[in-house]
Ligand binder design. Structure first.
Ligand code: C2O
Ligand code: CU
Length: 547
Protein backbone atom coordinates (compact mmCIF):
# COMPACT_ATOMS: atom_id res chain seq x y z
CA UNK A 1 0.00 0.00 0.00
CA UNK A 2 1.16 3.50 -0.83
CA UNK A 3 0.99 6.81 1.00
CA UNK A 4 -0.67 9.48 -1.09
CA UNK A 5 0.57 12.86 0.08
CA UNK A 6 -1.17 16.14 -0.65
CA UNK A 7 -0.44 19.69 0.42
CA UNK A 8 -3.40 21.98 0.40
CA UNK A 9 -3.60 25.68 0.94
CA UNK A 10 -7.16 26.75 1.64
CA UNK A 11 -7.97 30.36 0.78
CA UNK A 12 -10.80 32.61 -0.31
CA UNK A 13 -10.61 33.72 -3.92
CA UNK A 14 -12.97 35.45 -6.29
CA UNK A 15 -14.45 32.83 -8.62
CA UNK A 16 -17.30 32.81 -11.11
CA UNK A 17 -18.63 29.24 -10.98
CA UNK A 18 -21.98 30.25 -12.47
CA UNK A 19 -20.60 33.36 -14.27
CA UNK A 20 -21.33 35.54 -11.19
CA UNK A 21 -18.27 36.64 -9.26
CA UNK A 22 -18.29 35.45 -5.64
CA UNK A 23 -15.77 34.88 -2.88
CA UNK A 24 -15.26 31.12 -2.83
CA UNK A 25 -13.32 28.84 -0.49
CA UNK A 26 -10.66 27.19 -2.65
CA UNK A 27 -8.04 24.47 -2.32
CA UNK A 28 -4.81 25.49 -4.04
CA UNK A 29 -6.90 28.05 -5.90
CA UNK A 30 -9.55 25.61 -7.11
CA UNK A 31 -13.19 24.95 -6.33
CA UNK A 32 -14.12 22.11 -6.38
CA UNK A 33 -10.85 20.95 -4.87
CA UNK A 34 -8.68 18.27 -6.48
CA UNK A 35 -10.00 14.72 -6.69
CA UNK A 36 -8.17 12.42 -4.30
CA UNK A 37 -7.30 9.15 -6.02
CA UNK A 38 -6.01 6.20 -4.05
CA UNK A 39 -6.10 2.42 -3.95
CA UNK A 40 -7.77 0.37 -1.24
CA UNK A 41 -5.38 0.07 1.71
CA UNK A 42 -3.46 3.24 0.93
CA UNK A 43 -2.82 5.94 3.47
CA UNK A 44 -3.99 9.37 2.43
CA UNK A 45 -2.12 12.24 4.03
CA UNK A 46 -3.34 15.78 3.50
CA UNK A 47 -1.40 18.67 4.97
CA UNK A 48 -3.89 21.52 5.21
CA UNK A 49 -2.84 25.14 5.69
CA UNK A 50 -5.62 27.51 6.65
CA UNK A 51 -5.10 30.69 4.63
CA UNK A 52 -8.73 31.81 4.98
CA UNK A 53 -7.32 34.77 6.97
CA UNK A 54 -10.33 35.39 9.21
CA UNK A 55 -12.04 32.02 9.44
CA UNK A 56 -11.45 28.68 11.15
CA UNK A 57 -11.39 25.45 9.17
CA UNK A 58 -11.90 21.67 9.41
CA UNK A 59 -12.19 19.13 6.58
CA UNK A 60 -14.24 15.93 6.78
CA UNK A 61 -13.56 12.81 4.68
CA UNK A 62 -17.11 11.75 4.07
CA UNK A 63 -17.60 7.98 3.85
CA UNK A 64 -14.14 7.12 5.19
CA UNK A 65 -14.69 5.38 8.51
CA UNK A 66 -11.43 6.47 10.18
CA UNK A 67 -10.90 3.13 11.91
CA UNK A 68 -8.12 3.75 14.43
CA UNK A 69 -7.88 7.45 13.54
CA UNK A 70 -11.04 9.06 14.98
CA UNK A 71 -9.14 12.35 15.41
CA UNK A 72 -8.78 12.62 11.60
CA UNK A 73 -12.53 12.75 10.92
CA UNK A 74 -12.40 16.52 10.55
CA UNK A 75 -15.59 17.33 12.46
CA UNK A 76 -15.05 20.57 14.31
CA UNK A 77 -16.45 20.39 17.85
CA UNK A 78 -16.72 16.59 17.70
CA UNK A 79 -13.28 15.23 16.82
CA UNK A 80 -11.03 18.28 16.75
CA UNK A 81 -10.58 21.95 17.52
CA UNK A 82 -10.77 24.04 14.36
CA UNK A 83 -7.64 24.83 12.38
CA UNK A 84 -6.97 28.49 13.13
CA UNK A 85 -6.06 30.97 10.39
CA UNK A 86 -2.37 30.56 9.61
CA UNK A 87 -2.17 27.08 11.19
CA UNK A 88 -1.40 23.80 9.48
CA UNK A 89 -2.97 20.45 10.34
CA UNK A 90 -2.17 17.08 8.76
CA UNK A 91 -4.96 14.58 8.25
CA UNK A 92 -3.74 11.00 7.80
CA UNK A 93 -6.03 8.00 7.40
CA UNK A 94 -6.33 4.67 5.63
CA UNK A 95 -8.84 4.23 2.82
CA UNK A 96 -9.80 0.66 3.60
CA UNK A 97 -12.55 0.11 1.03
CA UNK A 98 -12.85 0.84 -2.67
CA UNK A 99 -15.59 3.15 -3.83
CA UNK A 100 -16.70 6.70 -4.40
CA UNK A 101 -16.56 9.17 -1.52
CA UNK A 102 -16.20 12.90 -0.96
CA UNK A 103 -14.61 15.47 1.28
CA UNK A 104 -15.86 18.84 2.41
CA UNK A 105 -15.41 21.55 5.00
CA UNK A 106 -17.04 20.76 8.37
CA UNK A 107 -16.85 24.07 10.19
CA UNK A 108 -20.05 26.12 10.49
CA UNK A 109 -21.66 26.27 7.06
CA UNK A 110 -18.34 26.56 5.27
CA UNK A 111 -19.06 23.72 2.85
CA UNK A 112 -21.45 25.99 0.98
CA UNK A 113 -18.59 28.40 0.22
CA UNK A 114 -17.13 25.87 -2.25
CA UNK A 115 -14.80 23.71 -0.19
CA UNK A 116 -15.40 20.15 -1.40
CA UNK A 117 -14.21 17.45 -3.76
CA UNK A 118 -14.38 13.78 -4.70
CA UNK A 119 -12.44 10.81 -3.29
CA UNK A 120 -12.05 7.79 -5.58
CA UNK A 121 -10.65 4.61 -4.06
CA UNK A 122 -9.75 1.95 -6.60
CA UNK A 123 -9.98 -1.79 -6.01
CA UNK A 124 -6.65 -3.27 -4.88
CA UNK A 125 -5.14 -5.81 -7.21
CA UNK A 126 -2.92 -8.41 -5.61
CA UNK A 127 0.67 -8.74 -6.87
CA UNK A 128 -0.20 -11.90 -8.82
CA UNK A 129 -2.37 -9.74 -11.01
CA UNK A 130 -5.54 -11.42 -9.92
CA UNK A 131 -8.19 -8.97 -8.89
CA UNK A 132 -9.07 -9.09 -5.23
CA UNK A 133 -12.69 -8.30 -4.47
CA UNK A 134 -13.33 -7.64 -8.13
CA UNK A 135 -16.11 -5.27 -8.99
CA UNK A 136 -19.26 -7.07 -10.16
CA UNK A 137 -19.50 -5.01 -13.34
CA UNK A 138 -17.28 -3.89 -16.21
CA UNK A 139 -16.71 -0.62 -18.00
CA UNK A 140 -14.27 0.94 -20.43
CA UNK A 141 -13.67 4.28 -18.78
CA UNK A 142 -15.02 6.53 -16.07
CA UNK A 143 -16.06 10.12 -15.34
CA UNK A 144 -16.60 11.96 -12.05
CA UNK A 145 -19.69 14.11 -11.60
CA UNK A 146 -19.84 16.38 -8.56
CA UNK A 147 -23.25 17.98 -8.06
CA UNK A 148 -23.88 21.07 -6.00
CA UNK A 149 -26.20 24.01 -5.43
CA UNK A 150 -24.87 27.57 -5.28
CA UNK A 151 -25.88 30.93 -3.82
CA UNK A 152 -24.58 34.42 -4.48
CA UNK A 153 -24.99 35.40 -0.83
CA UNK A 154 -22.01 34.61 1.37
CA UNK A 155 -21.89 31.78 3.88
CA UNK A 156 -21.58 34.36 6.68
CA UNK A 157 -24.69 36.14 5.54
CA UNK A 158 -26.56 32.84 5.38
CA UNK A 159 -25.43 31.68 8.83
CA UNK A 160 -26.20 35.00 10.51
CA UNK A 161 -29.59 35.07 8.79
CA UNK A 162 -30.47 31.61 10.07
CA UNK A 163 -29.45 32.55 13.61
CA UNK A 164 -31.42 35.82 13.61
CA UNK A 165 -34.87 36.70 14.97
CA UNK A 166 -36.81 36.73 12.80
CA UNK A 167 -34.91 34.11 10.85
CA UNK A 168 -33.75 34.99 7.33
CA UNK A 169 -33.98 31.76 5.34
CA UNK A 170 -31.26 31.06 2.73
CA UNK A 171 -33.84 30.66 -0.02
CA UNK A 172 -33.58 28.50 -3.11
CA UNK A 173 -30.15 28.32 -4.79
CA UNK A 174 -29.29 30.70 -7.62
CA UNK A 175 -27.67 27.92 -9.65
CA UNK A 176 -27.00 24.20 -9.77
CA UNK A 177 -23.39 23.32 -10.48
CA UNK A 178 -21.93 20.26 -12.21
CA UNK A 179 -18.22 19.85 -11.45
CA UNK A 180 -18.24 23.37 -10.07
CA UNK A 181 -19.79 25.03 -13.09
CA UNK A 182 -23.22 26.46 -13.77
CA UNK A 183 -24.81 29.21 -15.75
CA UNK A 184 -26.69 32.13 -14.23
CA UNK A 185 -28.67 34.39 -16.53
CA UNK A 186 -26.53 37.55 -16.45
CA UNK A 187 -29.49 39.77 -17.30
CA UNK A 188 -30.87 38.84 -13.85
CA UNK A 189 -27.65 39.53 -11.92
CA UNK A 190 -28.30 41.58 -8.78
CA UNK A 191 -25.11 43.64 -9.03
CA UNK A 192 -24.27 44.89 -12.52
CA UNK A 193 -20.77 44.10 -13.69
CA UNK A 194 -20.39 40.96 -11.54
CA UNK A 195 -21.71 38.52 -14.15
CA UNK A 196 -19.64 37.54 -17.18
CA UNK A 197 -21.38 35.04 -19.43
CA UNK A 198 -18.19 34.37 -21.40
CA UNK A 199 -15.98 33.63 -18.38
CA UNK A 200 -14.16 30.30 -18.96
CA UNK A 201 -14.91 29.51 -15.28
CA UNK A 202 -18.58 28.95 -16.17
CA UNK A 203 -18.15 27.17 -19.51
CA UNK A 204 -20.26 24.00 -19.53
CA UNK A 205 -18.29 20.88 -18.52
CA UNK A 206 -17.94 18.37 -21.36
CA UNK A 207 -17.93 14.60 -20.80
CA UNK A 208 -16.41 12.87 -23.80
CA UNK A 209 -17.53 9.37 -24.81
CA UNK A 210 -16.56 7.02 -27.63
CA UNK A 211 -19.43 5.31 -29.47
CA UNK A 212 -20.08 1.77 -28.31
CA UNK A 213 -18.14 2.05 -25.05
CA UNK A 214 -19.51 1.70 -21.53
CA UNK A 215 -18.79 4.37 -18.93
CA UNK A 216 -18.91 4.45 -15.18
CA UNK A 217 -20.16 7.79 -13.94
CA UNK A 218 -19.24 8.35 -10.30
CA UNK A 219 -21.79 10.84 -9.02
CA UNK A 220 -21.52 12.67 -5.69
CA UNK A 221 -23.82 15.32 -4.25
CA UNK A 222 -22.47 17.95 -1.86
CA UNK A 223 -25.51 20.21 -2.06
CA UNK A 224 -26.16 22.55 0.84
CA UNK A 225 -29.91 22.22 0.54
CA UNK A 226 -31.26 20.61 -2.59
CA UNK A 227 -32.34 17.07 -3.30
CA UNK A 228 -31.43 16.50 -6.93
CA UNK A 229 -32.47 14.41 -9.87
CA UNK A 230 -29.70 13.63 -12.35
CA UNK A 231 -30.36 12.57 -15.93
CA UNK A 232 -28.35 12.01 -19.09
CA UNK A 233 -30.54 12.83 -22.05
CA UNK A 234 -31.33 9.77 -24.16
CA UNK A 235 -29.26 7.35 -22.03
CA UNK A 236 -30.52 4.94 -19.42
CA UNK A 237 -28.37 4.44 -16.36
CA UNK A 238 -27.67 1.21 -14.49
CA UNK A 239 -27.10 1.88 -10.79
CA UNK A 240 -24.19 -0.28 -9.54
CA UNK A 241 -22.70 1.43 -6.48
CA UNK A 242 -24.06 3.47 -3.58
CA UNK A 243 -21.84 5.05 -0.89
CA UNK A 244 -19.00 2.60 -1.64
CA UNK A 245 -21.15 -0.56 -1.73
CA UNK A 246 -22.21 -2.63 -4.73
CA UNK A 247 -25.87 -2.44 -5.62
CA UNK A 248 -28.02 -5.12 -7.21
CA UNK A 249 -28.08 -3.45 -10.63
CA UNK A 250 -31.24 -1.64 -11.63
CA UNK A 251 -31.96 0.60 -14.57
CA UNK A 252 -33.28 4.15 -14.25
CA UNK A 253 -34.08 6.98 -16.62
CA UNK A 254 -32.84 9.39 -13.98
CA UNK A 255 -31.27 9.17 -10.55
CA UNK A 256 -32.44 10.86 -7.35
CA UNK A 257 -29.46 11.83 -5.25
CA UNK A 258 -29.47 13.50 -1.85
CA UNK A 259 -26.75 15.59 -0.26
CA UNK A 260 -24.00 13.34 1.09
CA UNK A 261 -24.78 10.40 -1.19
CA UNK A 262 -22.59 8.93 -3.91
CA UNK A 263 -23.60 6.54 -6.69
CA UNK A 264 -21.94 4.90 -9.64
CA UNK A 265 -24.02 4.33 -12.74
CA UNK A 266 -23.07 2.65 -16.00
CA UNK A 267 -24.10 4.16 -19.30
CA UNK A 268 -23.57 2.83 -22.77
CA UNK A 269 -22.64 5.33 -25.51
CA UNK A 270 -25.10 3.77 -27.94
CA UNK A 271 -27.05 6.77 -29.24
CA UNK A 272 -26.72 8.77 -32.48
CA UNK A 273 -23.05 9.89 -32.36
CA UNK A 274 -23.66 12.85 -34.67
CA UNK A 275 -25.07 15.01 -31.90
CA UNK A 276 -24.41 15.89 -28.26
CA UNK A 277 -26.64 15.22 -25.24
CA UNK A 278 -27.43 17.06 -22.01
CA UNK A 279 -26.43 16.07 -18.54
CA UNK A 280 -29.08 17.65 -16.34
CA UNK A 281 -29.49 18.25 -12.63
CA UNK A 282 -32.90 19.34 -11.30
CA UNK A 283 -34.24 20.19 -7.85
CA UNK A 284 -36.77 17.75 -6.39
CA UNK A 285 -38.53 17.53 -3.00
CA UNK A 286 -38.69 21.34 -2.61
CA UNK A 287 -40.64 23.50 -5.07
CA UNK A 288 -37.89 24.47 -7.52
CA UNK A 289 -36.95 28.08 -8.23
CA UNK A 290 -33.58 27.26 -9.79
CA UNK A 291 -32.89 26.59 -13.46
CA UNK A 292 -31.70 23.14 -14.54
CA UNK A 293 -27.96 22.60 -14.06
CA UNK A 294 -26.40 21.38 -17.29
CA UNK A 295 -23.30 19.83 -18.81
CA UNK A 296 -22.62 18.21 -22.18
CA UNK A 297 -22.16 14.59 -23.18
CA UNK A 298 -20.09 14.70 -26.36
CA UNK A 299 -19.56 11.82 -28.80
CA UNK A 300 -17.44 13.85 -31.21
CA UNK A 301 -15.38 15.85 -28.76
CA UNK A 302 -16.95 19.16 -29.74
CA UNK A 303 -18.42 21.39 -27.06
CA UNK A 304 -21.59 22.38 -28.90
CA UNK A 305 -24.68 22.52 -26.68
CA UNK A 306 -27.42 20.22 -27.98
CA UNK A 307 -30.30 21.99 -29.71
CA UNK A 308 -32.80 20.08 -27.56
CA UNK A 309 -34.25 21.27 -24.23
CA UNK A 310 -32.44 19.79 -21.22
CA UNK A 311 -34.43 17.15 -19.28
CA UNK A 312 -36.52 18.69 -16.51
CA UNK A 313 -36.67 15.60 -14.30
CA UNK A 314 -39.69 14.07 -12.55
CA UNK A 315 -42.36 16.16 -10.81
CA UNK A 316 -40.62 17.78 -7.82
CA UNK A 317 -43.31 16.61 -5.40
CA UNK A 318 -43.60 13.02 -6.64
CA UNK A 319 -42.49 11.52 -3.33
CA UNK A 320 -43.45 7.97 -4.28
CA UNK A 321 -41.20 8.07 -7.35
CA UNK A 322 -38.24 8.86 -5.14
CA UNK A 323 -39.35 6.51 -2.37
CA UNK A 324 -39.41 3.60 -4.83
CA UNK A 325 -35.89 4.32 -6.02
CA UNK A 326 -34.72 4.30 -2.41
CA UNK A 327 -36.40 0.94 -1.80
CA UNK A 328 -34.90 -0.49 -5.02
CA UNK A 329 -31.37 0.17 -3.76
CA UNK A 330 -30.31 -3.16 -2.20
CA UNK A 331 -27.02 -5.07 -1.95
CA UNK A 332 -25.54 -6.89 -4.93
CA UNK A 333 -26.27 -10.65 -4.51
CA UNK A 334 -22.56 -11.52 -4.56
CA UNK A 335 -21.68 -8.82 -2.03
CA UNK A 336 -24.33 -9.14 0.65
CA UNK A 337 -23.06 -8.48 4.16
CA UNK A 338 -25.95 -9.68 6.28
CA UNK A 339 -26.92 -7.44 9.20
CA UNK A 340 -27.03 -8.78 12.75
CA UNK A 341 -30.51 -10.31 13.20
CA UNK A 342 -31.52 -8.00 16.03
CA UNK A 343 -30.64 -4.77 17.75
CA UNK A 344 -29.51 -4.35 21.35
CA UNK A 345 -30.94 -0.87 21.45
CA UNK A 346 -33.41 1.14 19.38
CA UNK A 347 -33.42 4.91 19.25
CA UNK A 348 -36.46 6.53 17.70
CA UNK A 349 -35.75 10.09 16.54
CA UNK A 350 -38.66 12.37 15.76
CA UNK A 351 -37.44 15.17 13.45
CA UNK A 352 -39.33 18.39 14.07
CA UNK A 353 -39.01 22.05 13.30
CA UNK A 354 -39.32 24.10 16.48
CA UNK A 355 -38.92 27.47 18.11
CA UNK A 356 -36.55 28.44 20.89
CA UNK A 357 -36.82 32.01 22.19
CA UNK A 358 -38.03 33.15 18.79
CA UNK A 359 -35.31 31.28 16.90
CA UNK A 360 -36.38 28.66 14.38
CA UNK A 361 -34.58 25.38 15.07
CA UNK A 362 -34.66 21.70 14.20
CA UNK A 363 -34.91 19.19 17.00
CA UNK A 364 -34.80 15.45 17.65
CA UNK A 365 -37.29 14.32 20.28
CA UNK A 366 -37.61 17.96 21.30
CA UNK A 367 -33.88 18.58 21.69
CA UNK A 368 -32.01 20.82 19.29
CA UNK A 369 -28.31 20.04 18.95
CA UNK A 370 -25.55 22.51 19.63
CA UNK A 371 -21.84 21.80 19.19
CA UNK A 372 -19.76 22.17 22.36
CA UNK A 373 -16.68 24.42 22.51
CA UNK A 374 -14.53 21.50 23.58
CA UNK A 375 -14.48 18.62 21.08
CA UNK A 376 -16.18 15.55 22.58
CA UNK A 377 -13.31 13.29 21.58
CA UNK A 378 -10.86 15.24 23.75
CA UNK A 379 -13.35 15.91 26.54
CA UNK A 380 -14.28 12.24 26.91
CA UNK A 381 -10.87 10.71 26.38
CA UNK A 382 -9.16 13.12 28.76
CA UNK A 383 -11.99 13.37 31.29
CA UNK A 384 -12.59 17.11 30.93
CA UNK A 385 -15.66 17.31 33.12
CA UNK A 386 -18.33 19.86 32.44
CA UNK A 387 -17.31 20.29 28.82
CA UNK A 388 -20.81 19.33 27.69
CA UNK A 389 -24.24 18.46 29.06
CA UNK A 390 -23.87 15.11 30.84
CA UNK A 391 -27.57 14.22 30.55
CA UNK A 392 -28.15 11.88 27.61
CA UNK A 393 -30.73 13.06 25.06
CA UNK A 394 -34.06 11.18 24.86
CA UNK A 395 -34.31 7.75 23.19
CA UNK A 396 -37.85 8.30 22.04
CA UNK A 397 -40.53 10.94 21.84
CA UNK A 398 -43.05 11.01 24.62
CA UNK A 399 -46.09 12.31 22.77
CA UNK A 400 -48.37 9.30 22.28
CA UNK A 401 -50.02 9.16 18.89
CA UNK A 402 -47.98 12.05 17.48
CA UNK A 403 -49.59 13.23 14.25
CA UNK A 404 -46.77 13.47 11.69
CA UNK A 405 -49.11 15.22 9.25
CA UNK A 406 -49.79 18.21 11.54
CA UNK A 407 -47.52 21.04 12.74
CA UNK A 408 -45.92 20.20 16.12
CA UNK A 409 -48.50 20.54 18.95
CA UNK A 410 -45.73 21.88 21.19
CA UNK A 411 -43.45 23.94 18.95
CA UNK A 412 -41.01 24.71 21.75
CA UNK A 413 -37.78 22.78 22.13
CA UNK A 414 -34.68 22.84 24.30
CA UNK A 415 -31.03 23.06 23.26
CA UNK A 416 -28.39 20.57 24.37
CA UNK A 417 -24.91 19.33 23.53
CA UNK A 418 -25.49 16.00 25.29
CA UNK A 419 -24.53 12.81 23.43
CA UNK A 420 -25.58 9.17 23.19
CA UNK A 421 -23.11 6.72 24.71
CA UNK A 422 -23.21 3.33 23.01
CA UNK A 423 -22.07 0.03 24.45
CA UNK A 424 -18.96 -0.92 22.49
CA UNK A 425 -19.76 -3.69 20.00
CA UNK A 426 -23.51 -3.38 20.45
CA UNK A 427 -26.00 -3.32 17.61
CA UNK A 428 -28.00 -0.10 17.38
CA UNK A 429 -31.14 0.63 15.41
CA UNK A 430 -32.11 4.21 14.69
CA UNK A 431 -35.52 5.01 13.27
CA UNK A 432 -35.68 8.49 11.82
CA UNK A 433 -39.22 9.81 11.81
CA UNK A 434 -40.08 12.78 9.63
CA UNK A 435 -42.96 15.12 10.45
CA UNK A 436 -44.75 18.25 9.32
CA UNK A 437 -42.83 21.50 9.74
CA UNK A 438 -44.06 24.60 11.64
CA UNK A 439 -46.13 25.68 8.63
CA UNK A 440 -49.09 23.48 7.69
CA UNK A 441 -48.74 20.99 4.81
CA UNK A 442 -44.96 21.25 4.61
CA UNK A 443 -42.47 18.46 5.00
CA UNK A 444 -39.21 17.93 3.17
CA UNK A 445 -36.61 15.22 2.64
CA UNK A 446 -33.74 14.98 5.14
CA UNK A 447 -30.60 13.09 4.11
CA UNK A 448 -29.05 11.73 7.32
CA UNK A 449 -25.32 11.00 7.36
CA UNK A 450 -23.44 8.90 9.93
CA UNK A 451 -19.75 9.44 10.54
CA UNK A 452 -17.41 6.54 11.33
CA UNK A 453 -19.71 3.75 10.11
CA UNK A 454 -21.88 2.40 7.40
CA UNK A 455 -25.39 1.36 8.37
CA UNK A 456 -27.73 -1.19 6.90
CA UNK A 457 -30.84 0.43 5.50
CA UNK A 458 -33.54 -1.86 6.89
CA UNK A 459 -36.67 -0.13 5.74
CA UNK A 460 -38.61 2.91 4.69
CA UNK A 461 -42.22 3.89 5.23
CA UNK A 462 -44.59 6.78 4.77
CA UNK A 463 -46.60 7.86 7.83
CA UNK A 464 -45.94 7.22 11.50
CA UNK A 465 -43.58 4.39 12.42
CA UNK A 466 -45.21 1.72 14.56
CA UNK A 467 -42.63 -0.20 16.65
CA UNK A 468 -45.09 -3.08 17.07
CA UNK A 469 -45.67 -3.52 13.34
CA UNK A 470 -43.01 -2.15 11.02
CA UNK A 471 -39.88 -4.01 12.20
CA UNK A 472 -41.50 -7.21 10.87
CA UNK A 473 -41.15 -5.75 7.37
CA UNK A 474 -37.45 -4.93 7.66
CA UNK A 475 -35.20 -6.18 4.88
CA UNK A 476 -32.71 -8.45 6.70
CA UNK A 477 -31.89 -10.39 3.52
CA UNK A 478 -29.99 -7.97 1.32
CA UNK A 479 -30.09 -4.46 2.77
CA UNK A 480 -27.63 -2.01 1.27
CA UNK A 481 -24.90 -0.55 3.47
CA UNK A 482 -24.72 3.23 3.21
CA UNK A 483 -23.47 6.23 5.14
CA UNK A 484 -26.22 8.63 4.05
CA UNK A 485 -29.91 7.89 3.66
CA UNK A 486 -33.03 9.84 2.77
CA UNK A 487 -35.90 10.30 5.18
CA UNK A 488 -38.77 11.04 2.84
CA UNK A 489 -41.53 13.60 3.49
CA UNK A 490 -43.91 12.37 6.23
CA UNK A 491 -41.94 9.13 6.26
CA UNK A 492 -39.58 7.10 8.38
CA UNK A 493 -36.30 5.33 7.65
CA UNK A 494 -34.82 2.56 9.81
CA UNK A 495 -31.07 1.88 9.90
CA UNK A 496 -28.89 -0.57 11.88
CA UNK A 497 -25.19 -0.34 12.68
CA UNK A 498 -22.60 -1.93 14.89
CA UNK A 499 -20.98 0.39 17.43
CA UNK A 500 -17.53 -1.08 16.86
CA UNK A 501 -15.42 1.92 15.86
CA UNK A 502 -13.86 3.55 18.93
CA UNK A 503 -14.42 7.28 18.81
CA UNK A 504 -17.04 9.99 18.79
CA UNK A 505 -19.19 10.31 15.70
CA UNK A 506 -21.69 12.82 14.39
CA UNK A 507 -25.00 11.71 12.88
CA UNK A 508 -26.87 14.55 11.25
CA UNK A 509 -28.97 15.89 8.45
CA UNK A 510 -26.61 16.72 5.59
CA UNK A 511 -28.50 19.87 4.67
CA UNK A 512 -26.03 22.53 5.75
CA UNK A 513 -28.67 24.89 7.18
CA UNK A 514 -30.47 22.07 9.02
CA UNK A 515 -27.41 20.84 10.90
CA UNK A 516 -26.58 24.47 11.68
CA UNK A 517 -30.11 24.80 13.13
CA UNK A 518 -29.66 21.77 15.40
CA UNK A 519 -30.58 18.75 13.29
CA UNK A 520 -28.03 16.26 14.52
CA UNK A 521 -26.87 14.01 17.35
CA UNK A 522 -23.53 12.50 18.41
CA UNK A 523 -22.59 8.95 19.40
CA UNK A 524 -19.69 7.85 21.59
CA UNK A 525 -18.43 4.28 21.62
CA UNK A 526 -15.31 2.58 23.00
CA UNK A 527 -13.65 5.84 24.06
CA UNK A 528 -11.24 3.89 26.32
CA UNK A 529 -9.95 2.05 23.27
CA UNK A 530 -8.96 5.22 21.45
CA UNK A 531 -5.17 5.62 21.31
CA UNK A 532 -3.47 8.71 22.70
CA UNK A 533 -4.81 11.78 21.00
CA UNK A 534 -2.51 13.93 18.86
CA UNK A 535 -2.05 17.31 20.58
CA UNK A 536 -2.69 19.06 17.24
CA UNK A 537 -6.45 18.49 17.62
CA UNK A 538 -6.46 20.52 20.85
CA UNK A 539 -6.16 24.19 21.73
CA UNK A 540 -9.79 25.27 22.11
CA UNK A 541 -12.31 25.25 24.97
CA UNK A 542 -11.20 23.20 27.96
CA UNK A 543 -8.40 21.56 25.96
CA UNK A 544 -6.24 24.66 26.35
CA UNK A 545 -2.99 23.97 28.11
CA UNK A 546 -2.49 20.58 26.50
CA UNK A 547 -4.49 18.38 28.90
CU1 C2O B 1 -20.61 15.05 4.78
CU2 C2O B 1 -20.90 15.53 8.87
O1 C2O B 1 -20.84 15.39 6.80
CU1 CU C 1 -32.72 18.23 7.03
Amino acid sequence: AATRRHEWEVSYQFKSPDCVRKLSATINGQTPGPTIRATQGDTVEVKVTNSLLTENLAIHWHGIRQIGTPWADGTEGVTQCPILPGDTFTYAFVVDRPGTYMYHAHYGMQRSAGLYGVIVVAVAEDPGGEVDGAEPFAYDDEHDVLLNDWWHSSTHEQAVGLASVPMVWVGEPHSLLINGRGRFDCSAAAVPGTCNATSPECAAPVFAVVPGKTYRFRIASVTSLSALNFEIEGHEMTVVEADGHYVKPFVVKNLNIYSGETYSVLIKADQDPNRNYWLASNVVSREPATPTGTAILSYSGDRAPPSTTPPTGPAWNDTMYRFQQSVATVAHPAHVEPPPPRADRTILLLNTQNKIDGHIKWALNGVSFRLPHTPYLVAMKNGLLGAFDQRPPPENYTHQGYDVYAPPPNPNATISDGLYRLQFGSVVDVVLQNANMLAANKCETHPWHLHGHDFWVLGYGIGRFDPAVHPASYNLQDPILKNTVAVHPYGWTAVRFKADNPGVWAFHCHIEAHFFMGMGIVFEEGIQRVANLPPEIMGCGKTKGGH
